[in-house]
Design a protein around this ligand. Structure first.
Ligand code: PMP
Length: 436
């Protein structure tokens, strides 16, 4: 008999899975992460805008724990479960008028893909127009729609066909005022529709209300209205990707609501929806949703019962604690604080945002021209960790530091965050300050 040798192999995480910080979380509460290194970190990353009600909000924890003891997984194309029915009813109260039909999945990317399938089936048209700098996910179709950096789509072509790109009104980058940039971007869209992508072949415009991974750039309301007009004129659907900007983060419940009166045809939501549990959804008018081909919507894990219970608790907390208004007020405090902290630094070109979605763009200057400075952004982002504040970078060049506090963030916590950000700026860039 030959003895079987004991296995000694261990596994490790993929070497290309890079972490923005060296922190290993032991536990987390509200706006704070407690590391296994014994340090407390103020979390202005919220898992990339996910833990909307803060880490482990007691009501979200209680709802998830109670649901775990009742049923964890009730596959929704086999049996239905009550948390999903209740969540759907509750979402009806916050969804834009007319968007009364909901399909659930697990991640933002999956929901984006569901919206594209639906738009193509509902219109019978092949093309999708996206906007430069947009981020819509990492699965192959979602990556095909993404232009927030070549790292998201390089090396595994061919990508999905039928995707066309128009300029995004990125006023700071063009060096123009917002109105001029919006006129330019709308004119270029019209040119695309005349020169290359026929309106009758176009199923949808897909846009984020605030570019997220593409640089924390609010989409000017007049641009969104311009898309709506063109969509109406040509029977094109307007899809808003609210995965990062939705669920109260911008100081309105949905990011597109900053464009007064605008109603999209399809809305995509995920991230903040369940305070950390994986669940995503698309919403559309029943008339549009029912044009999806039978069998084209489903999935093993979509609309999980524990995630749905956590989403209901998230809606309760947002409502009862006035978190949309808190995001607006604390967001103003944050952007004001960051603007004055960064004012002495010539390498900070722009500070912008909506609500609790604030971006700081780092540049070097070459006469009138500005050039992205990813090294400065990275140095500041890493210094914030040393000073006990967690932040992330974004933007195609990685030259934007983004601040994404939880919607429950307090006045004191914002003040602490601004102090720590100021200390990080000074330690990372002090010698580069104007006159420094
Ligand atoms: N859309 C937007 C606007 C996003 O910010 C993201 C995630 N950063 C996605 C889609 C993809 O979501 P997920 O990572 O859950 O697939």
């Amino acid at each position: 008999m030959t003895a079987v040798a004991p296995r000694t192999q261990t596994a490790s995480l993929s070497p290309i899975l890079k972490q923005a910080t060296p922190v290993v979380v032991d536990h987390a509460q509200g706006s704070w992460i407690h590391g296994t290194d014994g340090r407390d970190y103020l979390d202005f990353t919220t898992g990339i805008g996910v833990t909307s009600t803060g880490h482990c909000h007691p009501r979200v924890v209680a709802a998830a724990q109670a649901q775990c003891a009742k049923v964890i997984h009730a596959q929704y194309t086999t049996v239905m479960h009550t948390p999903l029915l209740e969540l759907t009813e509750r979402l009806g109260g916050v969804l834009p008028p007319g968007l009364d039909s909901v399909f659930y999945a697990n991640s933002g990317s999956e929901a984006v893909e569901a919206s594209i399938r639906l738009a193509r089936m509902a219109t019978g048209r092949p093309n999708i127009i996206v906007f430069q700098g947009g981020f819509h996910g990492r699965t192959v179709a979602a990556a095909s729609l993404t232009s927030a950096g070549t790292r998201f789509s390089a090396g595994f072509s061919p990508l999905m066909g039928g995707v066309h790109m128009a300029p995004f009104p990125y006023a700071y980058r063009y060096g123009w005022d917002v109105e001029t940039t919006v006129d330019f971007a709308l004119a270029e869209l019209d040119y695309l529709l005349t020169s290359h992508v026929a309106p009758n072949d176009t199923a949808a415009f897909l846009i984020e209300p605030v570019l997220g991974d593409g640089g924390y750039l609010p989409t000017p309301p007049r641009f969104l209205h311009g898309l709506r007009e063109r969509a109406d004129a040509h029977g094109i659907l307007l899809i808003v990707d609210e995965v990062q900007a939705g669920f109260g983060r911008t100081g309105r419940f949905w990011g597109h609501q900053h464009a007064d009166g605008l109603i999209p045809d399809i809305l995509i939501t995920a991230k903040g929806l369940a305070s950390g549990f994986p669940i995503s959804a698309i919403a559309a008018p029943t008339e549009v949703m029912s044009k999806a081909w039978p069998g084209s919507q489903g999935g093993t894990y979509g609309g999980n019962a524990v995630a749905a219970a956590a989403a209901i608790a998230t809606l309760d907390v947002i409502d009862d604690e006035g978190l949309v208004e808190n995001a607006r007020v604390r967001g103003q405090q944050l952007i004001d604080g960051i603007r004055s902290a960064t004012a002495p630094f010539d390498t900070v070109g722009d500070v912008r945002g909506l609500g609790l979605m604030v971006g700081v763009e780092f540049v070097t200057r070459d006469g009138e021209r500005t050039v992205p400075d990813p090294a400065a952004a990275l140095a500041v982002q890493q210094a914030t960790t040393e000073h006990g504040l967690l932040t992330l970078t974004c933007g195609p060049a990685g030259n934007v530091v983004r601040l994404i506090p939880a919607l429950v963030v307090t006045e004191d916590e914002i003040a602490t965050g601004v102090d720590r950000f100021t200390a990080a700026l000074e330690s990372a860039l002090g010698a580069r300050a104007l006159g420094g």
